[in-house]
Design a protein around this ligand. Sequence first.
Ligand code: PHE
Length: 340
Amino acid sequence: MKDKIEQIKMEFEEKIKGKSLKEIKELETYFIGRKGKVTELFKMLKTLPKMQRREFGAEINELKQFIEKNISEQVATLERKEKIRKLKEESIDVTLPGIKLHTGNLHILSQTILEVEKIFLSMGFDVMVGPEIEKDYYNFEALNIPEFHPARDMQDTFYLAKKILLRTQTSPIQIHAMEKYKPPIRIIAVGRCYRRDAVDSSHFPIFHQVEGLVVDRKVTFANLKGTLAEFTREMFGKDVKVRFTPSYFPFVEPGAETSITCVLCGGKGCPVCKYTGWLEMGGSGMVHPNVLRGVGIDPEVYQGFAFGWGIERIAMIKYRIPDIRMFYQNDLRFLKQFKG
Ligand code: PHE
């Protein structure tokens, strides 16, 4: 019996060397499983005399414990090794360059519009929108431009149906604003306009305007000047000035063309400003009493000023863009230059 115990111990020590986890599980069954070698020994005990039973019983127990201990130690070592191997295999090199994601950017006109809105919002204006498809009434009639008025020839209009058109200016939003809100009104509205213009470097059938309208008691031309001067400084820089020259728009009286100092030559004169030192930005003026009356506002009590500047013009000057067509060609080489 003693020999057998010794023999099994040796066999176990021999077999456990260099075994894998799976092989160790097999060894476990082979030695101490239900039909294992050690288990067999216990069965053999029963055939021995009582005295020997006690002696060998203790020894077999010792052997069993020895095997169990060895196996669990071996299993623990192997599992630790396996864990380290896995961690190594799955480790990532954080110093490797990443995969570059291609991000887009807002179109330069959208960026300009957001900037314009931000400046006017900071000056206490609200931002409004109006429809691009308009009734003749809003685009002309309510703006003191009756049928057969020569001013209608100034703008070549896209008509969709009789008296339904694509707005030629953002000024109809003035009427919507005054129909919707009671004075005091202080709004701007940016939007697309359409005119049947021949295309060249400064004309395109689609373009954008920013319309401004203020209606309140005691509104004067000085307020208009101050507002546009402040906007100009914020948009183009401290040294840029606004100039008002008398002009005619049926919905304002007096009306003025507004220009800013040429930002390219600083007012000295260059090809861009055609040697005048000034760049035209758009129209402005005091809201015509007929327009106020038309929307039920008493011109004896309230006055208003309005202006309409070209968004493309603003962007072209600010970002030195030489041709209006560039905004609408969607050439990536152009668009990518304005990544904010
Ligand atoms: N709507 C005019 C245009 O498109 C500009 C303008 C706006 C003039 C507001 C006066 C007041 O030319």
